[in-house]
Write a protein that binds this ligand. Structure first.
Ligand SMILES: *Cc1c(COP(=O)(O)O)cnc(C)c1O
Length: 360
């Protein structure tokens, strides 16, 4: 069986270094907000050439706390792509704001910059973009718009660690770059973890308070905060893996190239453009007989996934909250299929998937 992803295989290379780090943390006797979190935050900020990184408990929290730290009022409208993982939209609701969905570009699967302006109202205060599947959004027009309308720009980078647009890393274009280190992400912990990067001192100060009960001085609470801290253990393991992020991304890019060059044209493949450095968190294709293709691959012992089977506006939880029709998002959800493309996969396995796929 070629699994979609086997997380033991994806982490095998790091096991010895993980054990050493685990012992370090255990022996230190310090498990919350200590040197390991500080170190990782410094390393992650330095990789992005930004002033601040604040570790939090998850990607969802990174997004929610960014919205709150921005200081925009409850009830504000936040623009968000109609095809994203539900967490992006949940963060807006948890921050007591209103998601306003913008359709994606059918070629890139990311928010369509040409459809943003028509959704801006007097209540619009922020735009939360998502660099889906490991491809940056088209940033030039987005940066122009968020400046023109004085919006807060939050980048959901949960799928885009190390991805670039015109040589610039995702997460560094706006006010906040929100990351998840969920185990399957390109930079994945061995549990839940997340972080926010920012160049703004005031925002960083509020992020630090929000993640820790609204407090920066023990037992003095200035904000209505959360318990959303990055664990010392996860931070230590993430420091190990951060050194290998380029290697992980390059491996995924190498596997993606095999698909791009060898899959027959019946499958709609991700677009490649010299302005984009894609990290293929997910390598997807689209096909009209997606469900049949998935079944066929499974009978040939190839496991695939669908990211995602149900669009956010059709989720039961969003009934009465999100209105309107989003046919482009639905088209993507109905046809997309994610192929094996992880750090734990070999080139041989990818050639095998190609061989079977091309006989469909
Ligand atoms: C994974 C993911 C999140 C949420 O991250 P968690 O760490 O699971 O909370 C948010 N947005 C996108 C696009 C994601 O893929």
């Amino acid at each position: 069986m070629i699994y979609y992803e086997n997380l033991f295989n994806s982490n095998k290379k790091f096991v010895e270094e993980f054990r050493i780090k685990f012992n370090d943390v255990l022996n230190s006797g310090w498990f919350i907000l200590g040197n390991e979190v500080k170190n990782f935050e410094n390393e992650f900020a330095s990789m992005h050439n930004v002033k601040h990184c604040v570790g939090v408990a998850s990607g969802l929290d990174a997004l929610t706390i960014s919205l709150l730290a921005s200081g925009i009022p409850e009830g504000s409208e936040v623009l968000v792509p109609s095809n994203t993982y539900i967490a992006t939209i949940l963060s807006i609701l948890h921050a007591k704001m209103k998601p306003v969905l913008v359709e994606p570009d059918i070629k890139t699967y990311n928010i369509d910059p040409n459809k943003i302006e028509e959704k801006i109202s007097s209540k619009t205060k922020a735009i939360m973009i998502v660099h889906l599947y490991g491809k940056s959004c088209e940033m030039d027009p987005i940066v122009e718009l968020f400046k023109k309308y004085n919006l807060v720009l939050i980048e959901d980078c949960a799928q885009s660690h190390g991805a670039k647009y015109k040589g610039k890393l995702t997460g560094t274009f706006g006010d906040f770059g929100a990351f998840s280190f969920y185990p399957t992400k390109n930079l994945g912990a061995l549990g839940d973890a997340g972080a926010v990067i920012s160049n703004n001192d005031e925002y960083a100060d509020r992020l630090i308070k929000f993640r820790n009960y609204g407090s920066s001085k023990k037992y003095y609470n200035e904000l209505v905060g959360f318990n959303s801290r990055l664990d010392e253990i996860q931070a230590a393991l993430l420091s190990v893996k951060l050194k290998y992020l380029d290697e992980i991304n390059n491996h995924k890019r190498k596997l993606a190239k095999i698909y791009l060059e060898n899959l027959k044209d019946d499958f709609i493949k991700p677009v490649v453009d010299e302005n984009y450095f894609d990290v293929y968190h997910i390598f997807n294709i689209r096909h009209n007989k997606r469900d049949q293709l998935k079944e066929y691959l499974l009978t040939h012992k190839i496991q695939t996934e669908i990211h995602y089977p149900v669009p956010p506006h059709k989720q039961q939880a969003m009934q009465g909250i999100i209105f309107g029709e989003y046919p482009i998002s639905e088209e993507i959800h109905n046809t997309t299929l994610s192929l094996p493309c992880s750090f734990g996969h070999s080139e041989e396995e990818i050639y095998r998937v190609v061989e079977v796929m091309n006989k469909f």
